[in-house]
Each structure stands twice: as structure tokens, then as C-alpha cells.
Design a protein around this ligand. Structure first.
Ligand code: AP5
Length: 251
């Protein structure tokens, strides 16, 4: 079955952490633009050389580079795709919409103070891209990746000054996508506060609802008529996601 999920949310909101769990459980192919770009920088490829200065400053890599890269990667996937870090601008979202339909845009909402603490305490694996946290998700052995044994490192863009710039860039360029997907009727916002497992429970419920697609159309609900921003054709496959305000923001 084809299915596309977009993970939205500010830097450090847990897109990578939750995305990894989702792809393990539901078999989505996770495409993380951040991981791809960091690998390109490490390998000194043309893409890496072009991207490095933008990433180091906490800015966005230009749209044409990212759109070209993702078009190819997405074309190579023919099933369940989980997009982590793409799209990040309206222009990228429009380019994606030309290629495929997004079934669910999952927005992780976390306050700035918590984001800064998460990012400055994050440690990452350069080889398998696993992510740890010095307090909430420690590796079994200090500084060593549980999964592949590589030495963990702190990303250059996880220093506090760069993190603050990334948050600004997010607000200016990426936050408008919340409205973009809200208007398309595919947005679910999850409050990304609590333990990783507690948040994952909410994430998986949202994803389980999109797997209901293809089942028998449920009874129409009265709320259907009240939700004007949501096209009525979207109502039947995802009743709880789109029709009931209670389910559109999962606390
Ligand atoms: P990218 O790598 O995508 O960075 P990001 O979006 O800023 O996201 P992060 O990876 O920093 O955070 P996350 O939300 O995945 O959080 P995580 O799960 O790791 O992009 C890097 C750069 O590449 C960009 O700045 C840009 O330059 C460029 N780029 C990428 N895509 C682009 C695009 N489309 N267009 C243009 N440029 C692009 O969690 C963070 C930490 O918190 C971890 O330590 C984790 O263990 C911990 N944590 C997670 N959940 C919890 C929890 N519930 N409680 C406590 N700790 C938690």
C-alpha cells in the first residue's frame, strides 16, 4: 500500500526519534534530509560542499538543491515513505505535491526552552545516524553507539547560538507549512512533551488511523459539516483525524 507521512516540527522536536520508531514498526522508508546532507558533507561530495556553509550557520540549503535531491530519492521509493525534514518551505511542499499525495502531516509541538535543552544535550552517531541524549536517552556505554559501536559526536549545529538561529529559521520558513497542511486537511498536531514512549503512543495512534484507509466507509458524523476547511471527500477514510476537533490536536 502506498502511503506518505511528513514529519513537521522545530529542530529538536523529536522528528528523528519518533520517525525511527515509526519506520521500525510500520515499515516506512524514512528519508531524512538532514542525515543525507550530513553524510554528503562527511564524504566531501559536490552536494556536501554546496550544503555545508548553510548547515553550519543553521540556515536552509537552497530549495533547488533540496528539491532536486528529494525528487530522485522519492522516485526510488514505491510504497510507504516517511519524510523527515522535507518539505521545509512552501516551495518544497508545492514541489512534493506535484510528485505525490501526503496522507498525514504529523506536527510535533514543543516549547523553545525544551528544544534548546534537547539539542545541546544531543549526541549523534556518524555511522548509523542513531540519536542519543545525555540525560533522557543515554547510550549503554558513554560516548559509544549502542547500535554500531561508533564514537558519538555533537553536531556542529547543536551549539546553543546556532540552535537559536535554527529556531528563527524554522519560524520564518517552515512554520507556514502547519497552515499549508491544515488547509489540505492532512495535519495532526501532537504535543511533543513527555517521555519518548508516551509521545510515540500518540504518534502511532495517528498513523494507525491512516492505515484504516481502504476499510469500509464509516457512518458520516455531524461534525463533518462544521469543518469547513476540510474537503468533504477527505472525510470518509479518516473520520477521527479530520472530523473531530478532539483528535486533530492530540494532547
Ligand atoms: P535536520 O537534521 O533535519 O535538523 P532539524 O530539523 O533541525 O531536526 P533535528 O535533527 O535537529 O531534530 P529532530 O526533530 O529530528 O529531533 P531528534 O529526534 O533528533 O537538518 C539539519 C540541517 O540540514 C538544517 O538546519 C538545514 O541546514 C539542512 N536541511 C535539512 N533539510 C532541509 C530542507 N528540507 N531544506 C533546506 N535545508 C535542509 O531529538 C532531539 C534530541 O532530543 C535528541 O537528543 C533526542 O534523544 C531527544 N529527545 C527526543 N524526544 C525527546 C523527549 N520526548 N524527551 C526528551 N528528549 C527527547
Amino acid at each position: 500500500m502506498k502511503s506518505t507521512i511528513v514529519l513537521l516540527g522545530p529542530p529538536g522536536s523529536g522528528k528523528g526519534t519518533q520517525g525511527e520508531k515509526l519506520s521500525d514498526e510500520f515499515g516506512y522508508v524514512r528519508l531524512s534530509t538532514g542525515d543525507m546532507l550530513r553524510e554528503a558533507v562527511r564524504n566531501g561530495t559536490e552536494l556536501g560542499k554546496k550544503a555545508k556553509s548553510y548547515m553550519d550557520a543553521g540556515g536552509l540549503v537552497p530549495n533547488d538543491i533540496i528539491i532536486g535531491l528529494m525528487k530522485e530519492k522519492i522516485a526510488a521509493c514505491n510504497g510507504k515513505v516517511l519524510l523527515d525534514g522535507f518539505p521545509r518551505t512552501v516551495e518544497q511542499a508545492d514541489a512534493l505535491a506535484e510528485q505525490l499525495d501526503v496522507d498525514l502531516a504529523l506536527n510535533l509541538d514543543v516549547a523553545d526552552e525544551e528544544l534548546i535543552s534537547r539539542l545541546t544535550n544531543r549526541r549523534s552517531c556518524p555511522d548509523c545516524n542513531a540519536v542519543y541524549h545525555l540525560v533522557t536517552k543515554k547510550p549503554k556505554k558513554d560516548g559509544v553507539c549502542d547500535k554500531c559501536g561508533a564514537q558519538l559526536y555533537q553536531r556542529d549545529d547543536d551549539k546553543e547560538a546556532t540552535v537559536k538561529n535554527r529556531l528563527e529559521v524554522y519560524r520564518k520558513n517552515t512554520m507556514p507549512l502547519i497552515d499549508y497542511y491544515q488547509k489540505k486537511g492532512t495535519l495532526v498536531t501532537i504535543m511533543g512533551v513527555g517521555s519518548i514512549d508516551e509521545i510515540y503512543e500518540k504518534v502511532r495512534k495517528a498513523v494507525q488511523r491512516i492505515s484504516m484507509r481502504g476499510g469500509p466507509p464509516p457512518r458520516p458524523l455531524p461534525l463533518c459539516q462544521t469543518s469547513r476547511s476540510i474537503p468533504s471527500t477527505r472525510c470518509w477514510p479518516y473520520p477521527n483525524l479530520y472530523l473531530s476537533p478532539l483528535f486533530r490536536v492530540i494532547q
